[in-house]
Design a protein around this ligand. Structure first.
Ligand code: ATP
Ligand code: MG
Length: 366
């Protein structure tokens, strides 16, 4: 089976590493060969070679959401999850309207252009979060507003016609996610819940945990996969409010950062199950083998971190993506497993210390 991947990032890299074990080969479409997935692909294709990429791939999937329309128009007959789902996801407006129309629980939201924002946020209320409709990831294009004065900063960076979503600020008790997988043969499995901790809009670490909301989140993931007609992976990020309400923050129809722990913590990783699902193979077990978690390495090089200290934590494993260092960029991650939850939390702390020796590293511009 020759699988084509749209995008050359770390999600593609891990999909290739996992898929080779199944005997699959991989083509990657990405503007730079020198990218995590481009580097290890069987064949790398520049976007100008999209026709050849399609011809050489039996199936196509994506690891990145912001793919040009002209590429999507060409690849759609071979692509899973479908290009239609990707188009919903690429627009925060379409994503939220899709969810609202079908009655999924969401924080209150409204749509506005940058030009109309000032008036609209006044009636919407504060605090609120304003997010650009397109090209947002890792907290990009996102603003927390406590008064209408804060709109000025947005107008400096965006043209007045650009579309935004105004969202209620959710004073959540915690954030969690669940990842579902659905195969073209109709088989469905849901991965365990993880509790997720973000730093300034970017996932910093997460770990598996049991919560009173697991069933409810699982039901939502399963029903959303059906509503979307999705074959492949669906990650759903949730806010659990202080009143115990489960709200969907967003979904992603691809491997997800909060599922990296599945490489070491569950019987089958999210990456392997994505491939099994779209190839029509039986799905692998999503059961947890051992309490596990993950810490992201943001904006640091291998020289910046205490590599020996991290690797000396029993049950810690480093995944290094080999990208050029940039401020707050996801450079790698460390998976951690432990015999029980308390030990796991202690080990995550140790790994965090080994990575962010100087806590200022997290916020400093480089
Ligand atoms: P990614 O793709 O990396 O998940 P993103 O740029 O798509 O990020 P969101 O998931 O919308 O962004 O937001 C990132 C984080 O910012 C959330 O996980 C949460 O911690 C915080 N956040 C976003 N929206 C809200 C909100 N309405 N209320 C409170 N916190 C929020
Ligand atoms: Mg998110």
């Amino acid at each position: 089976m020759r699988v084509g991947i749209l995008g050359g990032g770390q999600l593609g890299w891990m999909t290739i590493l996992e898929g080779r074990k199944l005997g699959f080969s991989f083509n990657v479409l990405e503007s730079k060969k020198d990218s995590p997935a481009g580097r290890i692909a069987d064949r790398w294709f520049h976007p100008s070679e999209v026709e050849e990429f399609i011809k050489e791939s039996d199936l196509i999937t994506y690891e990145f959401e912001h793919i040009e329309d002209d590429v999507l128009e060409k690849v759609y007959p071979k692509t899973l999850p479908s290009v239609e789902i990707l188009k919903i996801k690429r627009s925060r407006v379409r994503e939220k309207e899709f969810l609202r129309k079908r009655g999924y629980p969401l924080a209150k939201f409204e749509v506005s252009t940058a030009g109309e924002l000032e008036g609209k946020v006044r009636t919407f209320g504060f605090p609120c979060v304003v997010k650009s409709e397109r090209l947002g990831y890792d907290g990009r294009g996102q603003y927390r507003l406590s008064s209408a004065d804060d709109v000025k900063a947005i107008l400096k960076n965006h043209p007045p016609e650009e579309v935004f979503v105004i969202e209620e600020f959710v004073d959540f008790a915690f954030e969690a996610s669940r990842i579902g997988v659905r195969s073209t043969e109709g088989e469905v499995r849901i991965y365990p819940t993880t509790v997720n901790y973000h730093h300034e809009g970017i996932l910093l670490y997460n770990f598996t945990d049991e919560t009173p909301y697991d069933e409810e989140m699982g039901r939502i993931v399963e029903s959303l996969m059906e509503d979307l007609g999705l074959f492949g992976l669906l990650a759903v990020e949730f806010f659990i409010t202080k009143e115990g309400k489960v709200l969907i923050n967003e979904f992603a129809p691809r491997p997800h950062n909060t599922g990296h722990y599945t490489l070491d913590g569950t019987y089958t990783s999210q990456f392997e199950n994505l491939l099994r699902a779209i190839a029509g193979f039986p799905l692998g077990s999503t059961e947890l083998k051992v309490p596990s978690g993950m810490v992201n390495i943001l904006g640091l090089s291998l020289e910046d971190i205490d590599l020996k200290g991290i690797l000396s934590v029993e049950g810690a494993k480093l995944y290094w993506y080999g990208k050029e260092k940039r401020h707050r960029r996801k450079m790698g991650h460390v998976n951690v497993v432990a015999k029980d939850k308390e030990t796991l939390k202690r080990k995550i702390e140790e790994v965090l210390k080994g990575i962010y020796r100087r806590p200022a590293e997290l916020t400093r511009e480089t």
